[in-house]
Design a protein around this ligand. Sequence first.
Ligand code: ASP
Ligand code: MG
Length: 404
Amino acid sequence: MPLVVHKYGGTSVGDAERIRNVARRIIAAKDAGDDVVVVVSAMGDTTDDLIKLAYQVTDTPSARELDVLLSTGELVASTLLAMALKGMGHEAISLSGAQAGIRTDSNHSKARIMAIDPARVKSELGAGRIVIVAGFQGIAQDSDVTTLGRGGSDTTAVALAVSLGARACERYTDVEGIYTADPRQVPEACKLKEISYDEMLELATYGSKVMHPRAVELGQIYGMPILVASSFNDNRGTLIHGGHMEIRNKVTAITADTDVAKITIVGVPDRPGIAAGIFGSLAKAGVSVDTIVQNASIQGITDLSFTVSKGDAGKALGVVEPLAQEIGARECVADTSLSKVSIIGTGMQNTPGYAATMFDTLFAGGINIQLITTSEIRITVIIAGEQAAEAVKALHKAFELEKE
Ligand code: ASP
Ligand code: MG
């Protein structure tokens, strides 16, 4: 039998009636002729609530205990969904991540899946059952429960789909698909019928919170098509895949990330080893650095800028300030209210003019560009935080994305 993996987000299983709605959708898929494996997130805000609770008990909750605690959110949702299915007359069974054979490393709260042993899931499917797997969790070699990081159920679903040889992974939430821009910001934004893995990865990494980047990465590596659609209606969603794309606008989407802080070290002596020292120390402190820009040096002196998330800005300054003094730099400046706005599209590759249109549009809107970075299919500008929404709107219009 062909097999499909469905994944339902927290809102989609947010209460009893929604769980029953999800059960009906699963039954419809089964009736249409597929074996079905389902991955669920925790109901509603359960994960946030459990984290809050842990921090009410202590300022430093043990990572091991926290992972077990958080894993219960998905367990609750999976058992209730299995009960709902049984109540509707269908054979179903819920499995924890460990029972489903999801083996991870032992990095609590950010574990990586190392292997999946699909034996149990396969035997349950063989017995005619719908299998419901608790997302976002696995088991480490020492048999401790681990979690995969916030939003990790997407990754569980794609990994399971790959290991079971599913024909597709269908991921249902309260969002209908991937849009040319965030529809809450840009009402004219259009839902895309399809998007390539490359584009989706850039989108997920540079702002859109719709899909967990690691899930997209897995899909790409193993060629697993991922459908993103709503669990609340039957509207056509967006297919993330690597197949042949129809011809369309060359810019696919505009996205913004408003969690950006910039740190600039001014007057850095331009000699070998400085960057290595600075970024080595930041890495050791666990600060993940994003965009890095070093100016061309004038008379042996240069400026070095990099961006981090706002939450990491203080920590980054703490690392960099003493180093700057040591190497004789002039000063360190931080700006903690920035945004990254990106245009993304495979079609831009090897085609000139996109950068010019982007910069012209921002100029016309009186928006100053602080830093620019690019990949083959993305152009990103770093601008003042409060101008992000305006920039996205203007670019969406300039690239005629409302006509998708
Ligand atoms: N429940 C977890 C979270 O809220 C995992 C997930 O939903 O994918 O982050
Ligand atoms: Mg959630």
